[in-house]
Write a protein that binds this ligand. Structure first.
Ligand SMILES: Nc1ncnc2c1ncn2[C@@H]1O[C@H](COP(=O)(O)OP(=O)(O)OP(=O)(O)O)[C@@H](O)[C@H]1O
Length: 254
């Protein structure tokens, strides 16, 4: 469970408290309280600059709030960063920011190696994580030989190899063609069914609306919508969020 209580994040204070500094501060996240239960598929939607990335980066301490608290499984994130980062896996907007090794297997193993696990356990986690993104047995392939969709799936596998309770993906469909988008959506559906909590950040709901248990819509750093998809749909276009054309969401069952 991820819990946010009164979280506020600012940029650009320049390290001082004077009026001049305050005048240039951007409030990216403004007094947000939110709980993300284990196993939930949550979509965080909102226009560019509404605070989505900043908000989810507080979930595992990549961004430290200026006010408020974030706890993961009951422990404040700033008291145990390792626990928070083990429980909340993050896949960045551009997988190139995240892929660190030359081959698929070495890349996915990077996180578990830093946890000090045994070789057998690392191998098992890498194999399981690659299977979960439909890339079983491709450990030896070079990252630079992969398509954009495959790189995205390797980035997801790298986060999964940490065995997180929640997987957070920031704009996972950017730059992917339709088959690659569908493949990533299929993987997210399967992960959710397997019990992993999934948080997807997007300004375009078409790919994930049918999977969501709940949609949180941000506007100017505040929660403007917090509802199941069918209820959220009427409010979201007002937040400059692209919704499926029918305005209705398909059943996630298939
Ligand atoms: N490192 C930074 N330094 C200064 N301002 C920042 C920084 N990161 C974000 N901001 C500002 O904070 C606000 C929220 O940005 P954030 O990236 O969290 O929103 P977002 O909804 O994820 O946007 P996008 O969809 O464009 O990624 C914006 O006004 C942005 O310009």
């Amino acid at each position: 469970m991820i819990d946010l209580d009164g979280v506020t994040c600012r940029y650009g204070r320049g390290g001082g408290d004077g009026d001049a500094d305050a005048a240039v501060a951007t409030v990216a996240v403004d007094d947000v309280s939110l709980s993300v239960p284990d196993g939930e598929f949550l979509v965080v939607a909102g226009a560019n600059g509404s605070g989505k990335t900043t908000l989810v980066r507080t979930f595992n301490g990549l961004v430290e709030p200026d006010a408020g608290t974030v706890t993961v499984n009951g422990t404040p994130v700033d008291e145990d960063l390792v626990a928070a980062r083990s429980a909340v896996g993050m896949v960045f907007q551009d997988p190139r920011d995240q892929l660190v090794a030359a081959t698929v297997g070495a890349d996915v193993a990077f996180g578990p190696e830093n946890l000090g696990l045994s070789h057998d356990e690392i191998d098992r986690r890498v194999a399981d994580a690659l299977a979960a993104v439909n890339m079983a047995g491709r450990e030896r392939e070079r990252i630079d030989s992969l398509s954009g969709g495959e790189r995205e799936r390797v980035a997801i596998a790298g986060a999964l190899a940490m065995d997180p309770d929640h997987l957070v993906l920031d704009e996972p469909f950017t730059g992917l063609d339709e088959p690659a988008r569908r493949s990533v959506v299929d993987r997210l559906r399967a992960l959710h069914r397997g019990g992993t909590g999934v948080v997807v950040v997007t300004h375009d709901l078409r790919d994930v609306a049918a999977l969501a248990d709940r949609i949180v819509g941000l506007a100017d750093g505040r929660v403007a919508v917090d509802a199941p998809p069918d209820e959220a749909v009427s409010a979201l276009p007002g937040l400059d969020v692209r919704v499926p054309e029918s305005g209705k969401f398909a059943s996630p069952a298939e």
